[in-house]
Design a protein around this ligand. Sequence first.
Ligand SMILES: Cc1cc2nc3c(=O)[nH]c(=O)nc-3n(C[C@H](O)[C@H](O)[C@H](O)COP(=O)(O)OP(=O)(O)OC[C@H]3O[C@@H](n4cnc5c(N)ncnc54)[C@H](O)[C@@H]3O)c2cc1C
Length: 306
Amino acid sequence: MSTSTLQRELSELLGERVVFDAPMSRHTSLRVGGPVEALVTPADRPALAALLALCKRRGWPHLVAGSGFNLLVRDGGLDGVAIKLSAFRALERRAGPRVAAEAGVSHASLTGLCTKSGLAGLEFGAGIPGTIGGWVAMNAGIGPREVKDVVESVELQVPGEDAPRTLDAADLDFRYRELHGTAPGSVIVGAVFRVEQSTPEAVQAEVDALLAQRAGSQPLDAPSCGSVFKNPPGDFAGRLIETVGLKGTRVGGAEISPTHANFIVNRGGATAADVLGLIETARERVAREAGVELETEVRIVGRNEA
Ligand SMILES: Cc1cc2nc3c(=O)[nH]c(=O)nc-3n(C[C@H](O)[C@H](O)[C@H](O)COP(=O)(O)OP(=O)(O)OC[C@H]3O[C@@H](n4cnc5c(N)ncnc54)[C@H](O)[C@@H]3O)c2cc1C
C-alpha cells in the first residue's frame, strides 16, 4: 500500500480528524503496541460511511479501537486505519423503557444514567470498562449475564453502504465474547437496550456490590486487558493457569497477575512481545499439564516487529 496515497486521501476526506503514525500504546489499556498508519475520528455518520467506502475501495484494512480494553496490538503496529468513535456520544432514555447509546459512549456513562434513572437490567456491566461499541462487539458479560440478554437492536454501518442500518439483535449471532452475523468490516454505531423500571437506590446497591466484588478479585491497580483467555467449558482459565504454577511469572515488564491468573499486567515498560510470550507460556503449560487448549479472549492484531 502506498502510504502517501493513504495520507493524501484520508487528509482530503477527514482534514484535522486524522493522525498518522499514531502509537496504539496510547489507545490500548495494556499500554503496549506499535503505531497505526492512520488514526481517524470521523465527525458523524456520513463521514464514517465515506471513510469505510474509501477503505473498501482502496483495500485498506480498518478496525475500530473502542477504548482498547480488550485489544493487544503487536509491536510492529497496524496497517491501515484505526477508527475512534469518540464523536458518537449520544445517550438517552426511551419509552418502553429502553436506553439508546451511541458506540463511543463509555460503559460507565451508561451505568451512570441507569443508576440515576433507576433503570435496572444492565448492572452486570458495572466495572466492565470500555465503550458501548466494544461492549456489543465483544458480547461482554460476567457469569451467565451478557450483552445478548439485554440488547434489542444494533445500528451498523456496513462498508460501501450510504448510511447505517438497524438490525434486530435477534437476527445477529452473539456468542461467547464474540459477535457474528454482520457483514465483514461493519462498524457498530449504536445500540438500544431493554431495561426495567426500578429505583435509583436498588440499582446503585447492585452496582456497588458488583464493583466491590471486582475490586477484591481483580488487579485494578496496573494496566491490563481484563481476561486474557476465555473460560473453557465447565472451568476457569484463571484456575488452570494458577494450577500449573504460573501466577507471578514475568517476561520483561509483563506479569501474570498474582491476584488473578487470567490477567496479564504491565508492570512498566512491557512490550507486546512480552505479553505474547506470557500468553504462549500459559497456553503451552495448560495444554501440556492440564490437557486443555485455551483460546484467547483478548483481540490480538498487528504485525510483529520486523
Ligand atoms: C480490568 C478489566 C476488567 C474487565 N472485565 C471484563 C468482564 O468482566 N467481562 C467482559 O466481557 N470483559 C471485560 N473486560 C474486557 C473489556 O472491558 C471488554 O471487552 C469491553 O467491552 C471492551 O470495550 P472497548 O471499547 O475497550 O473495546 P476494544 O478493546 O477497543 O475493542 C474490542 C474489540 O471490539 C471491536 N470493536 C470495538 N468497538 C467497535 C465498534 N464500534 N464496531 C465494531 N467493532 C468494534 C474492536 O475492533 C476489537 O476487536 C475487562 C477489561 C479490563 C481491563
